[in-house]
Design a protein around this ligand. Sequence first.
Ligand SMILES: [Zn+2]
Length: 287
Amino acid sequence: MKKVPSWLSASLFVGAVGLLLFLKRRRPPRKSVESKVMRTERNVAVAGLAALSLQLVERPAIQPLTSLVQRRGWGLLRAVRLPAWLEVVLAVVLMDYTLYMWHVLMHRVPFLWRFHLPHHVDLDLDASTALRFHAGELAIATGWRIFQVTLIGVSPLSLSVWQTFVLLSVLFHHSNLRLPIQVEQKLVRMFVTPRMHGIHHSIEKEETNSNWSSGLTLWDWLHGTLRLNVPQDQITIGVPAFQNPDEIKLPQILEMPFVEQRPTWVLPGNGQPVHAMRPVQTNRLLP
Ligand SMILES: [Zn+2]
């Protein structure tokens, strides 16, 4: 197999969105702030531009690069002879780890944060947030993708498997799905889950600066950035500087990276979000 057939990844995507829309009719883990219809329309518009950016910038650069990497034998995974299936598994794991690094950079480097901010100012979290990335963020990420693919030695097949995995994972962990807590406590040992990623979208800086993984939880665990002890009903989603829904409509979201930046972690009126004491150990997921 040269790559995951597009009919398969497309049906997985449509199936996952359908399933999440169906399941989230039940009680979500957090109360929503904005009206669903308006918010979904806006997120779908941002996502449409994001998809265009992927088609115009990332795809034409990365797909031919994976063929070149394979032909020339570049990258870590080409240095050793591996069974084909193991090479795909390792490529997906290493792509996932280097995506963790990229996510940390997006938060830590002010220039990159400008482009990741439009994703974080959403006042609610559901599967539509998963697709709501600024087109500029995805265009810039192509530079990092070139680095990942060349360093790791990612083949066209491995790339398509990773892309399918990461898309399904991102849809899942941004969703409003309320899994039974015992199920999610088991699942989170391996994979990023909705409650875990909800903590990353909190307006508290210490909470946002945790749970950076996008697929496997392993990376946050290894780097000591895993934080699970936050009850979902105590989380306010968003960033402190943008709490007013009127300031984060579609035009403001699109121009956000290019205008003067407000201090992200200060509430309007200069306060800081009140930091609650959380006595439970950080690696235990709460309801
Ligand atoms: Zn983030």
